[in-house]
Write a protein that binds this ligand. Structure first.
Ligand code: ADP
Ligand code: MG
Length: 746
């Protein structure tokens, strides 16, 4: 038989054949290479044959013996065997074809899980080889071995996969080529690719398995980071940008616009940005910081730097309301300045719009604020040098927005209020620079967070009532709108199935809101995570019913908050009704609002100091953090109460990190651990590959090394022309498929 190649169809593997090959195809395994890279998800230690007397409950073992008796029917079948010294029972449930020939006197070799039952050892659902009486069997294999357990499906079992893998491994030289440059294998003491693959399937020992896993994880990280490094090279090093000068005089004039001194954290971000602008290469920077940390001020600094250099700047917000809010804020800072500014609203008349566009194109406007509409075809800038994208809680607009301008690429600054753990920032935004504002401006109150159980509900509400009567204001956030709303209920039932717990999207989306939205971190949960992660610990569909805003509103009005003015706020109200409630709350006419997560974005009430979240255990930590950010905005201290409705201590325990810290990065990190990266972010959307072996949380330092190595190589050999680098290109292509165009395209 000719040796198998990596691209040989799997049917040529010993024992596979065309029919089985079709079933392998259902797992995406078509070639020998696919099979070799289909790794077991765990290993079982299988002992060699042992004496029945040595069977240990809890292990998997193989024994041989003579059948003394067979009893029961296929639903529950039992055979007693004897090896000359000791007896044990083999037991099967619902197995129609245990083994032809299984009868008294036959010889069997049985392998399976050992359990203790009524003081006797039994082997449950064993695999069986049956031999006629008096067969002379070869002497038993001794010694333990690790065997892979593979993820199968309805078409194909783990043991079938294992047999095929063993067939493919039977060749002395595996058809597997090295991908990594030899210097890196040496530097990190990595086994060869072929060795690692072999050890993944049939590890000689735990240590070899770990080495193999480490090697393959490194390789995945390395290729992923290599793609990032190449992309970054294309974006940054190859592109011409506008050199902007941030002289001490420019700096002084910009700072004079703000009625306060910048915080240390803001100053650091400003320095990083100024450095980019001076470099002459286009900036691609992510600016992270909690709501209220002062990002807008930093972004405005960047815009004013461009304007001071005689160029234009643009700020894009995700919604019209936020664009207006930005524009209003900016107005207060720029009131007495000569900066010519415009808000490009959606509602402009045709004439007004034409005038604005003409002014922008003629360079008569310095600073434009708007929504994504700034990307429309008819918007052209004379000399746009700075684009700020406010993503609020959303990720993903990382493709360079295709703004129409002449000349070199503008500088980009993307603002996000969702802290992205360092671990993920590196992978998801690996090709961006990141500035972090990690401290709040001075003069903010503290927020104390308490986690309570449902049994404390009344006590909490009575306590809060007193504070409300004394002049504070509260939000009560619930996951659902109302129970009586059948459609809502159906949607929510669907939403609670499986892994979803974003519940209501964090953006106000009208009656559609219970459908997980596409664009918030809370709702990405129901997307297929593309980076594998252990199952999420968040409770599950059977936990107690979710409470709705209407329910809570009624219960509070009839009970502990009788006599208070309370509003109800949710996404299926008409905009005018919503507006009215928000205004009454802002004006201090309402003690509290009971709301769905619509409050997460956009409502800004400095006097609101109490946040109560019902069913808090059903929200992701990052979303809780965003919700909590609604209070603590003024100088007064605030209180946040998280009510866990789930039974048991698990639910409350998961929330405890909220009580320990208000540091958004720590919370995001914890959220990442609880829910996994695929749930937190739609990683696939960012063109990240699926990691089969690497785990960005547990293998983080390996990821860091791989990143460093990849960026070093691209710095030395950006086109991967040297032979040890060139051979990585096919591997990149395989990992990224068509997405590699991102990297290749000029
Ligand atoms: P973000 O955009 O991160 O939500 P903003 O830039 O809107 O934050 O700032 C939030 C509030 O804090 C604003 O009212 C702003 O005027 C104020 N602020 C920002 N920076 C400072 C500072 N250095 N000192 C005092 N107040 C500040
Ligand atoms: Mg803001």
């Amino acid at each position: 038989m000719p040796p198998l190649r990596a691209d040989s169809p799997i049917q040529y593997v010993k024992g596979v054949g065309p029919r089985l090959a079709e079933r392998f195809a259902t797992l995406g395994i078509h070639t020998v290479g696919d099979l070799l890279e289909y790794y077991p998800f765990r290993h079982e230690v299988e002992q060699g044959e042992i004496d029945i007397a040595d069977l240990q409950p809890g292990t998997t073992a193989t024994v041989r013996g003579e059948v003394l008796r067979v009893s029961g029917r296929w639903q529950s079948l039992k055979a007693e065997i004897y090896d000359g010294t000791e007896k044990c029972t083999l037991r099967w449930f619902n197995q129609r074809h245990v083994g032809p020939g299984l009868r008294t006197g036959a010889l069997v070799i049985a392998t399976g899980k050992v359990q203790e039952f009524n003081d006797r050892v039994e082997i449950i659902q064993p695999r069986l080889q049956v031999f006629p009486p008096d067969t002379v069997l070869a002497s038993p294999e001794k010694g333990s071995q690790r065997v892979g357990v593979y993820r199968g499906n309805a078409e194909i079992k783990s043991s079938t996969i294992r047999r095929a893998v063993h067939g493919a491994l039977a060749q002395r030289h595996l058809p597997v080529e090295e991908i990594l440059p030899p210097e890196l294998c040496k530097k990190h003491d990595l086994p060869t690719r072929a060795d690692a693959i072999r050890q993944m399937h049939v590890p000689a020992a735990e240590k070899q398995l770990e080495r193999a896993r480490r090697r393959l994880a490194y390789e995945e990280f390395f290729l992923m980071e290599l793609a990032m490094a190449l992309r970054r090279y294309k974006l940054v090093s190859l592109q011409r940008g506008r050199k902007l000068h941030v002289t001490p005089e420019v700096d002084r004039r910009i700072r004079a616009r703000f009625p306060f001194a910048l915080t240390d954290a803001q100053n650091k971000a400003v320095r990083e940005i100024a450095h980019d602008l001076e470099s002459g290469r286009p900036m691609t920077r992510l600016l992270q910081g909690d709501v209220g940390s002062g990002k807008t001020v930093v972004a405005l600094y960047a815009c004013l730097a461009a304007i001071a250099n005689g160029r234009q700047a643009a700020i894009m917000a995700p919604t019209e309301i936020l664009a207006q809010q930005h524009f209003g804020n900016i107005e207060t800072y720029l009131e007495v300045s000569r900066v010519r500014r415009a808000l490009l609203r959606g509602k402009l008349s045709r004439k007004e719009r034409a005038e604005s566009l003409a002014a922008i194109e003629a360079g008569e406007i310095d600073l434009v604020v708007g929504t994504q509409a700034l990307l429309e075809k008819d918007v052209a800038f004379k000399d746009l040098a700075m684009v700020v994208v406010d993503e609020q809680h959303k990720f993903g607009v990382l493709q360079r927005a295709n703004i129409r301008t002449k000349g070199p690429l503008p500088h980009y600054l993307v603002m996000t209020a969702t802290p992205i753990p360092r671990t993920l920032a590196m992978t998801v935004f690996g090709d961006l620079d990141v500035s972090i504002i990690d401290a709040m401006p001075p003069g903010r109150g503290q927020t104390i967070t308490k986690v309570v159980t449902r049994s404390q509900w009344k006590t909490v509400m009575e306590y809060v009532c007193k504070r409300l009567e004394a002049g504070e204001q509260a939000y009560v956030v619930c996951p659902l709108i109302g129970e009586d709303d059948e459609a809502t209920k159906r949607r929510s039932d669907r939403a609670t199935e499986g892994r979803d717990r974003g519940i209501e999207g964090s953006r106000d989306q009208g009656p559609q809101q219970l459908r997980p939205t596409r664009d918030t971190q809370s709702s990405i949960v129901n997307r297929q995570p593309s980076i594998r992660n252990p199952q999420s610990p968040i409770p599950n569909p059977q936990s107690p019913r979710l409470v709705s805003a209407k329910q809570v509103y009624d219960r509070l009005g009839k009970g502990p908050w009788r006599g208070l003015n309370v509003g109800l706020l949710h996404g299926s109200l008409k905009p005018a009704e919503k507006q009215e409630t928000v205004e009454a709350f802002v004006a201090g006419k309402l003690h509290a609002v009971v709301a769905t997560t619509v409050v997460e974005v956009g409502v800004d009430v400095a006097n609101a100091t109490i946040m109560i979240i019902e069913n808090a255990d059903r929200f992701g930590l990052s979303q809780l953090h965003q919700l909590r950010g609604r209070v603590g905005r003024g100088s007064k201290d605030s209180l946040c109460v998280l009510i866990a409705h789930g039974r048991g201590e698990k639910a409350a325990e998961r929330l405890s990190v909220m009580a320990e810290t208000t540091d958004g990065f720590r919370i995001a990190e914890a959220d990442l651990r609880q829910r996994g990266p695929g749930e937190l972010f739609g990683t696939r959307q960012h063109g990240l590959p699926e990691l089969r072996v690497g785990d960005i949380l547990n293998d983080f330092s390996l990821l860091e090394q791989a990143r460093q190595d990849a960026f070093d190589i691209v710095a030395r050999d950006p086109k991967l022309e040297q032979p040890p680098h060139a051979r990585m290109i096919p591997a990149l292509r395989k990992m990224f498929g068509t997405r590699l165009a991102l990297i290749d395209a000029g």
